[in-house]
Design a protein around this ligand. Structure first.
Ligand code: NAP
Length: 277
């Protein structure tokens, strides 16, 4: 894909899961990368692995350690990154955490943390990067939300709240940034097989597990492919996966009835004590 050749891509959450898979694909397409996350060991490993598997020189794959939830840190680090590596052509916001549990079990602090990383984190990175993209005369911003940002599901009072916020934020942003030649894409994947789901599984209620299965499971590579294709195709909303797409279709045409009724029935069955063991 000559489209991507030489483009500079910043990827938050680029050390793991969907962000890392997107980094791999984009490096193979000839992009230069700046991977962003908090943990240095995984970032360093990701950069070295990508550089060794592609034609890229090590200088073309870089990383910065940054907590997206810390606005001051983000402003300073993005400024330094731009001065060192250049203004990104593409910004992918994949940094995020999961929280699946019964509402009563989720503390104020857990809710606050998820909002700070998933919502404020995305806002902070875009706010810090936008002036440079405008100065460059264009670009592409990709936000990773979730099917849980389009359909509310059992066990996701916190996570869905953060992802619905990202959906609204991204829809508004698309409309505002068009005049600056900055394209915006919103990706809403179903479950993706990454370290995220192992972490989430520690508290995910059994009812949520059963409902979640209705939307299907993707590999990180499938989710990354959807991201790369949607950038090239300049698409706005992309829901990868046949099951997730069809679930959203029935949800929308029935104003939610055709997802609420089956999921309520499934939850009733999944809540039986024998299934909770
Ligand atoms: N996996 C799924 O089932 C699924 C489905 C739909 C949508 N998503 C969304 O896709 C995105 C990526 O998820 P994933 O599955 O790839 O998760 P993952 O494998 O756990 O990766 C998360 C990445 O985000 C980084 N990160 C987390 N908190 C951060 C912070 N405060 N500042 C900077 N970086 C931070 C992590 O690195 P550090 O911890 O080192 O900072 C890591 O690189 C998330 O927004 C998630 O909500 C995931």
């Amino acid at each position: 894909m000559a489209y991507f050749s030489g483009k500079l891509v910043y990827i938050t959450g680029g050390s793991s899961g969907i962000g890392l898979a997107a980094a791999n694909l984009l490096a193979a397409e000839g992009c230069r990368l700046v991977l962003i996350a908090r943990g240095e060991p995984l970032l360093d490993k990701a950069c070295k692995t990508i550089a060794s598997q592609t034609d890229q020189t090590a200088q073309a794959i870089n990383f910065i350690c940054m907590d997206v939830a810390n606005n001051d840190d983000v402003r300073q680090k993005i400024k330094t990154a731009v001065e060192t590596f250049g203004i990104p052509d593409i910004l992918i916001n994949s940094a995020g955490i999961g929280t699946g549990d019964y509402f009563e079990n989720i503390s104020y602090e857990q809710f606050d943390k998820a909002m700070k990383i998933n919502v404020y984190g995305t806002r902070n990175v875009i706010s810090a990067t936008l002036p440079y993209m405008k100065q460059k005369g264009g670009g592409h911003i990709v936000n990773i939300a979730s099917v849980a940002g389009l359909i509310g599901m059992f066990g996701y009072t916190t996570y869905s709240t953060t992802k619905y916020a990202i959906v609204g934020f991204t829809e508004c942003l698309r409309s505002e940034l068009k005049r600056f030649n900055i394209k915006v894409t919103l990706i809403c994947p179903p479950e993706v097989k990454t370290p995220f789901i192992h972490e989430e599984a520690k508290t995910l209620p059994p009812e949520a597990r059963v409902v979640k299965n209705l939307a299907g499971l993707l590999t990180p590579e499938e989710a990354a492919k959807a991201i790369v294709q949607s950038i090239k195709g300049r698409k706005f909303l992309v829901v990868p996966g046949v099951m997730a797409k069809s679930m959203l279709f029935w949800h929308r045409i029935s104003n939610g009835l055709l997802t609420r009724v089956p999921s309520d029935l499934i939850i009733k069955f999944a809540s039986r004590p024998s299934l909770k063991k």
